[in-house]
Design a binder for this molecule. Structure first.
Ligand SMILES: [Zn+2]
Length: 204
């Protein structure tokens, strides 16, 4: 299932130069994508099961962002999957280093009133993992990573991949809207209302 999800990211144009990586919680531990294997070359069994200290229990060398994945699974036990991408629109927005405001009601899927942006730290570092976990907080489901990319959480791999697509689309809408004029930003209480509607609709 990890390989299928990685290929879906690839097919959607989110997995730029094999930079995307994913993880899913399993009974054996957190299963992450391997380092440096493009999705079209991955085969079932290439995933890496990590121990709580990050040591590979089985499989290949894990993605260099294994600390990010482990930290998010540790801090957010209610989620099952993490997707990290360098997708173009999200990464461009992250290069500005600011949250993306509520220019569309889809923002409510991200668990807050804007799409937050975690401060920069070196890729693969524990500091980056902590920055992202703090930007997401207790309820956030997606955030940008300054000068790096984006992350999306899900109750399943499918929902995390779908949310990564929402992040990419939302950042693209914001960029185009800014080219046309000063975007209107939804009021906090409207975003809150949409969040309740999404919950009633059964969205993660
Ligand atoms: Zn990355």
């Amino acid at each position: 299932m990890l390989v299928d999800a990685a290929r879906r990211l690839d097919a959607a144009g989110l997995n730029v130069n094999a930079s995307g990586n994913l993880s899913v919680r399993t009974a054996r531990g957190v299963l992450v994508t391997p380092s440096g294997i493009p999705p079209d070359e991955m085969v079932p069994g290439d995933g890496v099961v990590l121990a709580p200290d990050g040591a590979p229990v089985e499989g290949r060398v894990p993605t260099s962002e294994w600390r990010l994945h482990l930290e998010l699974h540790r801090r957010r036990p209610e989620i099952a999957a993490v997707v990290h991408t360098h997708s173009p629109e999200a990464t461009a927005a992250a290069a500005v280093g600011r949250p993306v405001p509520a220019v569309h009601y889809v923002v409510a899927r991200f668990g807050g009133r804007e799409l937050p942006c975690a401060p920069y730290a070196t890729y693969g570092s524990a500091e980056l993992a902590a920055n992202v976990a703090e930007a997401l907080g207790a309820r956030g489901t997606a955030c940008l990573m300054a000068n790096h990319g984006a992350v999306a959480l899900g109750l399943s791999l499918e929902s995390a991949v779908a949310l990564a697509l929402d992040v990419e689309w939302f950042c693209g809408v914001h960029r185009r809207a800014r080219q046309l004029g000063e975007p209107l930003v939804l009021a906090d209480d409207e975003v809150d209302r949409v969040s309740r509607l999404f919950e009633a609709y059964g969205q993660p």
